[in-house]
Design a binder for this molecule. Structure first.
Ligand code: 0X9
Ligand code: CA
Ligand code: CA
Ligand code: ZN
Length: 320
C-alpha cells in the first residue's frame, strides 16, 4: 500500500516539507535539526526556534516532543502549530517576540516516524491504530517507547514484558533507537555540567489531561527525587495550563500507573520539569476539521509553559 494522501493530517513526508518551508522562510529564528535515526533509518527531525538561532546562547531551553505514539495524530499537528505561531508571529505579537528572544525552544513533531508512517500507510481511510515503534521483538512487533525510558524501568507493573502487548517495555531500558535518540538529545543539552533544558512536554492524545510526575507511584512526593517544592511547582504550573485549555490537571499516576515513561525520566533522571498532555478526542483519529480548534486551544498553555523556563519555581513564589 502507498502512504495515504493526507487531506489534513500531515504525513511524515509532509511534516518534513513543512519544516523545510519554515526554516527557509524564517532562517534567523528557525533551524532544522536531526536528533538521530529511527530503527528503519528515518530521520527524527526537529526545529530549534530562537533569536540568533545558529548560536547556542545562554538562554533557558525547552523541549517539546509529539507523536511518540504513532496513531496520536493531533499531536504532530500541535507541534506544527507551535512552530507556526512562534515563527509567523515573531516581531508581530510582543509575547511571542519576547519568548523567541529569550528562550531556545526545541520541537520534535514526530518522535516515532516508523510507527507514524506505518499507521498512515493503509488502503482504507482509517489508520492502522498503531502505537509502538516498528522494531521486531521475540514474539511480535514494536516496543512502547513511552515504557522504554531508563528511570524505574519496568519497576512497578506499569508496563508489560510481553512483546505482543501495547505497553511492551522492550528488552531493556533504552533498548529502542528512538528512545536512545530522545534521551541522548536531552543529555546533549548538558553544557558545562548544567542541564540547559528547564521544561519538557510530551504531547499525546486523547483524554484532555495535563499530567506531571511521577507516574510510577501514587506518592505525591519522593524523598531525594521529588520534594514538596518540586511537586508544588509541577502542580501549580500544571493547574495554570489546565485553567487555560480546560483540560483536567492531575499527577500522572492518577490516570494509571506507568513505568519507563518520558515524563518520569525527564524529571527523575534529568531534573527537567516535565509534563504530558493528552489532547482532545474520543478516538485517535478525530475529524481533521477539529485540528485548528484543538491546537489553538493550547496556545496560552504552551506559551505560559515556555515562559516558565527562566525559573519554574516562580510559580510558587520561590527562587529555586
Ligand atoms: O499511557 C501512556 O503512555 C499515555 N497515555 S496514552 O493514551 N497517550 O497512551 C499517558 C502517559 C502519562 N504519563 C505517565 N503516566 N507517566
Ligand atoms: Ca537565542
Ligand atoms: Ca543554550
Ligand atoms: Zn500516547
Amino acid at each position: 500500500p502507498q502512504p495515504r494522501a493526507a487531506t489534513s493530517y500531515h504525513t511524515y513526508a509532509e511534516t518534513l516539507a513543512e519544516i523545510d518551508q519554515v526554516v527557509a522562510n524564517y532562517p534567523q529564528i528557525a533551524r532544522k535539526f536531526v536528533a538521530g535515526k529511527s530503527y528503519q533509518g528515518r530521520d527524527i527531525v526537529g526545529v530549534k526556534i530562537s533569536d540568533n538561532v545558529a548560536a547556542d546562547e545562554a538562554e533557558p531551553e525547552v523541549l517539546y516532543i509529539a507523536n511518540i505514539h504513532a496513531r496520536e495524530r493531533l499531536t504532530n499537528e500541535q507541534a506544527l502549530y507551535l512552530i507556526g505561531i512562534l515563527t509567523k508571529e515573531y516581531n508581530a505579537t510582543s509575547r511571542i517576540t519576547n519568548i523567541v528572544n529569550s528562550r531556545e525552544i526545541w520541537i520534535i513533531p514526530i518522535s516515532n516516524p516508523d510507527g507514524q508512517v506505518y499507521d498512515m500507510t493503509s488502503d482504507t481511510s482509517a489508520g492502522r491504530m498503531w502505537r509502538k515503534n516498528r522494531r521486531p521483538n521475540s514474539t511480535s512487533t514494536g516496543t512502547d517507547l513511552n515504557r522504554n525510558f531508563a528511570y524505574r524501568w519496568g519497576c512497578c507493573g506499569g508496563s508489560s514484558g510481553n512483546g505482543a502487548s501495547e505497553t511492551y517495555r522492550g528488552p531493556s531500558a533504552e533498548s529502542e533507537p528512538e528512545t536512545k535518540v530522545l534521551a541522548n538529545f536531552a543529555r546533549s543539552r548538558v553544557v558545562g555540567g548544567v542541564q540547559q533544558l528547564k521544561i519538557f512536554l510530551d504531547i499525546h492524545s486523547y483524554g484532555e489531561l495535563v499530567l506531571w510526575p511521577f507516574g510510577y507511584t501514587y506518592a505525591n512526593t519522593v524523598p531525594g527525587a521529588l520534594s514538596a517544592d518540586e511537586e508544588a511547582t509541577h502542580r501549580t504550573i500544571g493547574r495554570q495550563m489546565a485553567n487555560s485549555n480546560g483540560y483536567t490537571p492531575q499527577q500522572a499516576s492518577d490516570l494509571y500507573i506507568t513505568d519507563g515513561t518520558t515524563d518520569d525520566w525527564f524529571w527523575g533522571n534529568q531534573r527537567i520539569f516535565s509534563y504530558t498532555f493528552e489532547m482532545y478526542g474520543s478516538s485517535f483519529y478525530p475529524s481533521p476539521s477539529v485540528i485548528e480548534r484543538e491546537t489553538s486551544r493550547n496556545r496560552d498553555a504552551l506559551l505560559t509553559l515556555t515562559e516558565y523556563a527562566d525559573c519554574p519555581y516562580r510559580a510558587i513564589g520561590k527562587q529555586q
